[in-house]
Design a protein around this ligand. Structure first.
Ligand code: AAL
Length: 415
């Protein structure tokens, strides 16, 4: 009987074009790396994991929801939120808040009352929530611009929150007059005993741009503090004053401190991340996770580093939150048991641009927590509707349409 069966199995395989002796990659994914297949199969085991993104704690897709209470209003822009923290049952977030009668129209047209960019003439605002979906904004900024001529008198923006030994620290970009890509931007800090303030400006900037000719010699953007192995790490994006294809564009560095007011010592390995415009670093397990979006060869990835300095790509992501501020329940414990996050706030520029229109804060949900398993967020194959493909920045613009038509014409003439 058995003999008969295996004979008929051989016949079926042969008729399907498969030789019973031939090695075929099985449908049931081997849990151990099988030998003798392609580099792609090897990578599945060496760099990724055989269950693909379904088993990847550092992979997620992101789903967005409009916030209640912080809706778009004339003359108000909110962007670049901090991490969300929870204190005595209330969630807190801080962000760049701009309230100007006039709209930004570029730095050349900026005046004392007209902003040059969405983050010009801004202060740091604060909102609270009981559930993470509905938010209530304070009546006044939490941290106001310092008086002239202190650094930051023109605009303070893009804050990052740190909880350290029962106190609260907000790190932020401090601009005196803005003059385009050439604007000098160090990081200042303000501190408070309660998330509700009052906040006091530390008199001196704590993280300064680097020396002449270095990768961060003009700007330190997006300060993102975390606690790792008992130390304070502040990540940031640096930019040089030099512009052009041969110069560094957007890379990230880190500085270490044992006191929130400094001194901060830059990592000798800086820059520690070679990409990213909108980023967020978060404690994960006993290392550091980093969500890296928009710029550079490693854009739209989630990376991981054991020591906070040497990062490896762990996943490729789609539609990442812009300027994410996740709620990381154990972000500032520094106990090596960090559980990632499942939601946070981010910003969306209302016309899909960057600098010239107002922005809104939005909520994102995801599964970047090793303690939780939500298969919905581990799906691949995210597809978009018609409107998405033809919207500004994705549809081919009119100048490029003309150029591509000229090119097609040339190709036709040549062939
Ligand atoms: C943001 C951040 C920094 C930039 C600008 C305001 O999203 O990258 O803060 O300077 O845009």
């Amino acid at each position: 009987m058995l003999k008969k069966l295996s004979k008929s199995l051989c016949l079926i395989l042969l008729s399907a074009g498969i030789n019973a002796e031939e090695k075929v990659f099985p449908a049931l994914i081997p849990t151990e790396k099988p030998q003798g297949y392609s580099r792609a199969v090897e990578r599945l085991y060496e760099q990724w994991n055989p269950m693909e993104d379904r088993n990847n704690e550092l992979y997620s897709n992101f789903k967005y929801t409009r916030l209640k209470g912080l809706e778009l209003a004339e003359g108000i822009s909110r962007r670049d939120p901090t991490k969300v923290i929870k204190v005595n049952g209330t969630y807190h977030v801080w962000y760049t808040g701009r309230r100007t009668k006039e709209a930004p129209e570029g730095l050349k047209k900026a005046t004392d009352t007209k902003p040059g960019t969405d983050w010009d003439l801004a202060d740091i605002w604060h909102a609270t929530s009981k559930d993470g979906w509905t938010w209530v904004e304070d009546k006044e900024p939490a941290v106001k611009r310092p008086p002239k001529p202190e650094q930051g008198f023109r605009s303070i923006c893009t804050p990052g929150i740190l909880m350290w030994k029962g106190k609260y620290y907000l790190y932020f970009q401090a601009y005196s007059p803005m003059v385009g890509g050439q604007t000098y931007c160090p990081v200042r800090v303000a501190y408070a005993d309660s998330p509700n303030g009052p906040w006091t400006h530390h008199p001196e900037p704590v993280i300064l741009p680097g020396p002449k000719g270095s990768w961060n010699n003009i700007k330190i953007n997006d300060p993102c503090p975390i606690v790792h192995k008992g130390r304070i790490l502040v990540y940031y994006k640096g930019a040089p004053i030099e512009r052009g294809k041969e110069y560094v564009l957007r890379v990230q560095g880190v500085s270490f401190a044992d006191d929130p007011l400094g001194p901060f010592t830059p990592s000798p390995k800086n820059p520690v991340i070679n990409s990213g415009h909108e980023t967020c670093m978060f404690p994960f397990g006993d290392g550091v996770g980093a969500l890296i979006a928009l710029d550079g060869p490693e854009k739209n990835t989630i990376q991981y580093s054991e020591d906070g300095e040497d990062f490896e790509i762990k996943s490729l992501i789609q539609v990442p939150p812009v300027a994410p501020g996740p709620f990381c329940p154990s972000a500032f414990k520094g106990d090596g048991k960090n559980t990632g996050f499942t939601w946070g706030l981010c910003h969306i520029n209302i016309d899909g641009g960057g600098a010239q229109k107002s922005s809104i804060l939005a909520r994102f949900d995801c599964d970047l927590s090793p303690d939780i398993d939500i298969p919905y967020f581990k799906h691949n194959n995210l597809r978009f509707n018609e409107e998405t493909y033809f919207q500004k920045n994705i549809g081919l613009n009119s100048n490029m349409t003309k150029m591509m038509k000229r090119l097609s014409k040339k190709e036709q003439d040549m062939n």
